[in-house]
Design a protein around this ligand. Structure first.
Ligand code: TYM
Length: 336
């Protein structure tokens, strides 16, 4: 007998670029939430290789980074049976929907994207069309899976608003086709700042290696980077306006230990910045250790990674067949 599912799980989609090893901003701002959500929702998580070539990449390094980023998601605890974990380029429907949606996106809208403006400044010798249409591909990623929620850091909010606008526009023109997605952003970890400049976001492309902590950094390196973190000339460890460096460290410590800001302020009452910085480094290292140990095992087994990539690709392709077919029908293509 055919079963009717009255209470389907809500859907989640999110992605990460394989441009470098993820840092603790990526981990706390996005990846940690991915894990938290995987039991309650139907989740799809992607290593977005197509997005990464908007900036010139070394092919051998990129291939290695894709393998490693994928292995990290598994090492982190994502269950490839329960969730769909896949490499974006392994499902060609992303690129296809992206083309269609680009015909429903205005030049003016894309010109207003702050990441496009920032990246064009940083890569002034390579302002390619892909960099400009990047947010359309991101909209295609999300809409293809009919995602209800998209867990991201705050830097992706503008792209998500564009995805929502494209979905609403398409639905208004052709009738309900896409779910209009909502952002899922954790307030306290939405924007982890650079350890060297508390006014700049922690970023994979920062040239100063002390500005960010990679999720694969060893314990000594992590503690050393936190010891060198730029703070202020005050002494008190408390979360307040104007103490951006300390506020950032408190947010990181809180996320790594699950302690509240009040508990942290009490714990370090009367103690100095030096002690606090070491404690943050130790907590971050403890948080990352299980993932690092698992990663070391997984990355040795290329066949295991390859098999899981095939599984993810099959699941991703299966999940998106219907939506793309519907889009073809809606816009007037001949569907065979
Ligand atoms: P990417 O690869 O730059 O970053 C991956 C995730 O990490 C978050 N993030 C941060 N969170 C807090 N503090 C920070 N300093 C920090 N830096 C990065 C990002 O917000 C992101 O959630 N365009 C996306 C990838 C993407 C995507 C998608 C995301 C492609 N398609 C569809 C969601 C849905 C990007 O470049 O993320």
């Amino acid at each position: 007998m055919k079963q009717i599912n009255n209470n389907p799980k809500k859907k989640i989609f999110s992605g990460i670029q394989p441009t470098n090893t993820p840092h603790i901003g990526n981990y706390l701002g996005a990846m940690k939430n991915w894990l938290k959500l995987q039991d309650e929702y139907e989740c799809t998580y992607s290593i977005v290789d197509l997005h990464s070539i908007t900036v010139r990449q070394d092919p051998a390094k990129l291939r290695k980074q894709i393998m490693e980023s994928f292995a990290l998601l598994i090492a982190m605890g994502l269950d490839p049976e329960k969730s769909t974990v896949f490499v974006q380029g392994h499902n060609p429907r992303h690129a296809e929907l992206s083309w269609i949606l680009s015909c429903y996106t205005q030049f003016g809208e894309l010109s207003r994207m702050t990441q496009f403006k920032d990246k064009s400044k940083k890569n002034s010798d390579n302002i390619n069309a892909g960099l400009f249409t990047y947010p359309v591909l991101m909209a295609a990623d999300i809409l293809l899976y009919q995602a209800d929620l998209v867990p991201v850091g705050i830097d992706q909010k503008q792209h998500l608003e564009l995805a929502r606008n494209i979905a609403v526009r398409f639905n208004n023109a052709y009738g309900e086709t896409f779910t209009v997605p909502e952002p899922y952003i954790s307030k306290s970890t939405a924007k982890i700042m650079s350890l060297q400049d508390p006014f700049a976001k922690m970023s994979k492309s920062d040239e100063n290696p002390n500005s960010s902590v990679s999720v694969l950094d060893d314990r000594d390196t992590i503690i050393r980077k936190f010891k060198r973190a730029v703070t202020d000339s005050d002494k008190e460890i408390c979360y307040k306006e104007g103490k951006d460096g300390i506020n950032n460290l408190i947010s990181i410590y809180s996320a790594a230990t699950d302690k509240s800001i009040e508990q942290i302020e009490k714990e370090f009452d009367g103690k100095g910045y030096g002690d606090f910085k070491i404690a943050v480094g130790e907590a971050v290292s403890d948080m990352l250790k299980p993932m690092q140990e698992r990663f070391k095992e997984i990355i040795k087994d290329k066949k295991y990674i390859n098999d899981l990539m095939i599984l993810g690709a099959e699941k991703a392709q299966r999940a998106t067949f219907k939506t793309l077919k519907k889009v073809h029908k809606r816009v007037g293509f001949v569907v065979l």
